[in-house]
Design a protein around this ligand. Structure first.
Ligand SMILES: O=C(O)[C@@H](O)C(=O)CO
Ligand SMILES: [Mg+2]
Length: 248
């Protein structure tokens, strides 16, 4: 299994630019971070190259949620520019939270319309899009509510390059039954992220049975990356033993 360091969450003991080398020195071959937009893409590409790292995933900009009527298209185009500059294979298209005064049904319809447009814009370009259903406790008002909804949208769009980011932290909080999800969502799962609830720290610090879950991922034949998107309990390096212990 291939683990990517999420540089928004890991190695925060260091300034952002220094996290690339730190991740590579710790043995990571890939990195992800939600928002590259405060940085020059050429500079980011140089940091990746110098550290010998692959950029695995970025998000669409935080002010361009796909459930909104305004701003999405410009934000998506910006995300695609960064994805191409960084050679990022995956763009997480943020579904976002229902705008005030807008019904769930209307926001959901807007999400589908925007995603259909984004799927068409990005078809044949080598960048794949993923949808992440986030838990309702941390994300009140979120429009994409379940892992099954995310998979159903990917299926309905039928684009082939739109799939699911199965974040096991969110999935555990709202739904549980993770091993079934790993197996049933495999055709749609382009990316995983991991953290252990309730604290969102390293796997092994909370309630998930990680040995069985990682064994299910391995047995499923999943070949993508697993993003480490957790808040280290102490220093990042001190907490990396779970990779060998639970997923080795
Ligand atoms: O799970 C999360 O919070 C992230 O993957 C994210 O993309 C936040 O928008
Ligand atoms: Mg996530």
């Amino acid at each position: 299994m291939r683990f990517a360091a999420n540089l928004k969450w890991l190695f925060t003991e260091l300034p952002f630019e220094a996290r690339f080398d730190a991740a590579a020195a710790a043995g990571f071959e890939g990195v992800e971070y939600a928002s590259p937009y405060d940085h020059d893409p050429v500079k980011l590409a140089g940091l990746l190259r110098a550290a010998g790292l692959k950029q695995v995933l970025i998000n669409t900009p935080a002010d361009a949620d796909a459930c909104r009527a305004d701003g999405f298209r410009d934000g998506f185009e910006r995300a695609m520019e960064y994805a191409l500059a960084l050679d990022a294979g995956l763009v997480h298209v943020r579904a976002g939270a229902r705008p005030e005064g807008v019904s769930q049904e209307r926001a959901y319809a807007r999400l589908i319309t925007n995603l259909a447009w984004a799927a068409e814009q990005s078809s044949g370009g080598g960048v794949r899009l993923v949808l992440e259903a986030q838990n309702r406790r941390d994300n009140p008002g979120r429009v994409l509510r379940t892992q099954a909804e995310a998979a159903a949208i990917a299926e309905a769009l039928g684009a082939g390059h739109v799939g699911v980011l199965l974040d096991l932290y969110h999935a555990q909080i709202d739904e549980g039954d993770l091993i079934t999800k790993v197996r049933e969502l495999l055709p749609y799962t382009f990316h995983y992220q991991v953290a252990d609830p309730p604290g969102r720290h390293e796997p092994g610090t909370g309630e998930i049975g990680w040995r069985a879950v990682f064994a299910a991922i391995r047995d499923s034949g999943y070949e993508g990356w697993i993003g480490c998107e957790y808040e280290p309990l102490r220093r990042t390096l001190d907490g990396l033993g779970w990779i060998e212990e639970l997923a080795g």
